[in-house]
Ligand binder design. Structure first.
Ligand SMILES: [Fe+2]
Ligand SMILES: [Fe+2]
Length: 179
């Protein structure tokens, strides 16, 4: 096997870290947009949790950026694609569950790239973040199941609940994943 230079391996790791960062930036915009919509629809509790999940994604975007900088790269600033707007509440949760599921799959691939290129620190960052994306997936999938099963009965219970998340909160996964 030809020896791949350290520089080439480092670049490959920076590339996947930046791909992941663009995906996080995408998720932040997507979830903030949904947060405002849910707030407008007066589904306070769903809006609050969505906001906390967006805060988790901001922390992830930062973790990737910090690692890119440690490796001497430049963190990307653009997000990954188009933001879906004006979704109905029934459409949001399966959409987000798929987004998280696809993200977990991609991050597992990216973790392998880190491993193949000898960067166990970046690999560990991916593994830690995957755990939190799984918490997000479980939450979105759970809400989706409630809406599908109970529909308006479930939504009527949520309508008018408070949307406040308080100040200085640390996001969704860290605060117990919706428990
Ligand atoms: Fe994330
Ligand atoms: Fe997530």
């Amino acid at each position: 096997m030809a020896k791949v230079s350290k520089e080439t391996r480092r670049k490959k790791v920076i590339e996947v870290l930046n791909k992941a960062r663009a995906m996080e930036l995408q998720a932040i915009y997507q979830y903030m947009n949904q947060h405002y919509n849910l707030d407008d629809m007066d589904y306070g509790e769903l809006a609050a949790k969505m906001k906390l999940i967006a805060i988790d994604e901001m922390r992830h975007a930062e973790m990737f950026a910090e690692r890119v900088k440690e490796l001497g790269g430049e963190p990307v600033t653009g997000h990954d694609g188009k933001i879906a707007k004006g979704q109905k509440v029934e459409g949001m949760f399966p959409f987000d569950a798929k987004l998280e599921d696809d993200t977990i799959d991609d991050y597992n691939q990216f973790a392998l790239v880190c491993r193949e290129n000898g960067d166990s620190i970046s690999m560990k960052i991916f593994e830690d973040i995957i755990d939190e994306e799984q918490i997000h997936y479980n939450y979105f999938d759970n809400v989706d199941a409630h809406i599908k099963k109970l529909g308006d009965t479930f939504l009527a219970k949520i309508a008018g609940t408070p949307s406040s998340t308080g100040l200085g909160n640390s996001g969704f996964a860290v605060s117990g994943g919706g428990e």
